[in-house]
Write a protein that binds this ligand. Structure first.
Ligand SMILES: *Cc1c(COP(=O)(O)O)cnc(C)c1O
Length: 494
């Protein structure tokens, strides 16, 4: 018998030529920095060109395309974001990111950490981020938290903890058969809330949508009545969701009152604070969000108003034991240990549905450590000032209708033209927004308020200046008065 001969060592997938790779990487970094240096200039959104679509529409490659070619194709992507790094991106709720955040991403990628558990640096960085979040929201030491992709997943985790706590964790094994749980959120609450109900087997009908007042805040008398009616019908109310910063208008539910009702009624109080909750970092706005401290859980994003590069959100849960009890389930192959790599307990996997998870915590840590909460809070306050400025300009101009009070960072209005009926005004405002996006000048989005199409200006953008808002209004008027724009409107169907 002869010993098997070891084969010639192979490089695996590592670069064959490290010097060449280093040069390629430096060049690409330069291209990325060039792009970011020019973030304030040029078009907001540039549609993905046909030749770029074609370059990506290739059959599954059997052979790799080579480093130089690959780097060129990566660099070619740089101009084609949705536009949220530009000061005149006002659509939906997008954060604008920071160049500095990319440095953390380089390090996270180089380590290639799996932050599901075990004993390594990423675990300790995430714990520090969660500790900072507890402090930001006035949560106790016993609260737990988890970094996730965004508020949508954070909401699923919080609602599951609430559901399981109410059913004494039977639901983990037996499901919710027979239990008719119901929860409450305002009519303005984000779609991720009913979706969490759907995902968790409660059904979207079980999330009662409570009407709002003229300021788009939950009507608490209607909430009390709905809870009462559900109890009388033999259902089991278990959860109230308050929104800190609604996606349509930036309104905030009366959180202190919701917290009090939840206590009286023995309900879990959850806050959807996706962007608004971060206004706690601005001393001028913190008071309105103080009652978040009373919540049983809060879901929020770092990628919106803290400008962490996508994606990064968080769930905090007041009772860390409940949180862990709702998710912990460690099979033998994930068993913890006192020493060695399997130490570092408890593991993040015990607090959410994901086992493998990236090192999101590093870019969040780096954003907070690098800028500090004061400066991040100032950027938030500036956006609120800008929304108030825009709202005042709109209110003072007869060519516009202000459609909702701008209490935080969102201003909703429409261009008004004499002689057009409601349907034509809706169509005109939709068309103005699309033309603005296509022109590359600015990127608002639209929503509907009380049945009317609104031009919706969301300010979660640290690059925006007041002059960008002046330009926006000038361009809206130009488009509104443009005969071609009006002529292009397809008459609405009867
Ligand atoms: C954006 C948003 C969400 C969803 O958050 P994602 O990070 O996109 O998952 C939920 N609620 C509100 C109020 C939001 O603005």
């Amino acid at each position: 018998m002869t010993d098997p001969k070891p084969p010639v060592p192979q490089p695996g997938l590592d670069p064959q030529d490290w010097a060449a790779f280093r040069q390629t990487a430096h060049d690409l970094l330069d291209a990325a920095i060039d792009k970011m240096t020019a973030n304030r200039e040029g078009r907001v959104w540039t549609p993905f060109p046909a030749e770029m679509k074609a370059a990506f529409a290739r059959p599954l490659p059997k052979e790799g395309q080579g480093e130089a070619d690959l780097a060129a194709q990566l660099a070619a992507l740089l101009p084609y974001g949705v536009g949220n790094t530009h000061p005149r991106f006002f659509g939906w709720v997008h954060g604008s990111g920071t160049p500095q955040n990319m440095l953390a991403e380089i390090v996270a990628s180089a380590i290639n950490a799996n932050a599901g558990g075990r004993d390594h640096g990423a675990i300790y960085v995430e714990r520090q981020v969660i500790a900072w979040c507890r402090e930001m929201f006035g949560f106790p030491e016993t609260a737990s938290g988890l970094l996730v992709s965004g508020t949508s997943l954070a909401t699923v985790i919080a609602v599951k903890a609430a559901r399981d706590a109410r059913l004494e964790f039977r639901s983990r094994k037996e499901g919710i058969c027979g239990d008719r749980l119901v929860g409450y959120a305002s009519a303005e609450a984000h779609a991720c809330n009913p979706r969490a109900f759907d995902i968790l087997g409660l059904g979207t009908d079980a999330l009662r949508r409570i009407p709002v007042n003229d300021a788009y805040e939950m009507d608490t008398a209607a909430l009390r009545a709905a809870i009462q009616a559900d109890r009388e019908a033999g259902l089991t109310p278990f959860l109230v969701i308050g929104t800190a910063g609604t996606v349509n208008t930036g309104s905030t539910d009366p959180l202190a009152e919701l917290s009090a009702i939840a206590k009286e009624e023995n309900l879990w109080f959850h806050v959807d604070g996706a962007f608004g909750a971060l206004a706690r970092l601005s001393p001028a706005h913190a008071e309105r969000f103080k009652a978040i401290e009373q919540a049983d859980s809060v879901a929020f994003d770092f990628h919106k108003w803290l400008h962490v590069n996508y994606d990064a959100g968080c769930v905090l849960i007041r009772d860390g034991a409940h949180h862990r009890h709702a998710f912990s389930d460690r099979p033998d192959y994930l068993k913890g240990a006192e020493r060695g790599i399997a130490a570092g307990n408890p593991w993040p996997v015990e607090y959410g549905p994901e086992l493998s998870r990236g090192f999101r915590a590093l870019k969040v840590w780096s954003q907070i450590a690098g800028f500090g909460t004061a400066k991040l809070g100032e950027a938030i306050a500036r956006n609120c000032d800008q929304a108030a400025y825009l709202s005042a300009k709109v209110a003072a101009d007869t060519r516009f209708d202000l459609l909702a009070p701008a209490k935080l960072n969102i201003c909703c209005f429409r261009y008004r033209a004499d002689g057009l009926d409601e349907a034509a005004l809706d169509a005109l405002n939709e068309e103005i927004v699309i033309r603005l996006q296509e022109s590359g000048i600015a990127a608002p989005s639209t929503t509907k308020l009380k049945g009317r199409v609104a031009i919706r200006i969301n300010l979660t953008n640290h690059r925006t200046q007041h002059s960008d808002l002046d330009l926006l209004l000038t361009e809206i008027v130009k488009l509104g008065e443009d005969g071609d724009v009006r002529a292009s409107l397809i008459p609405p169907r009867p």
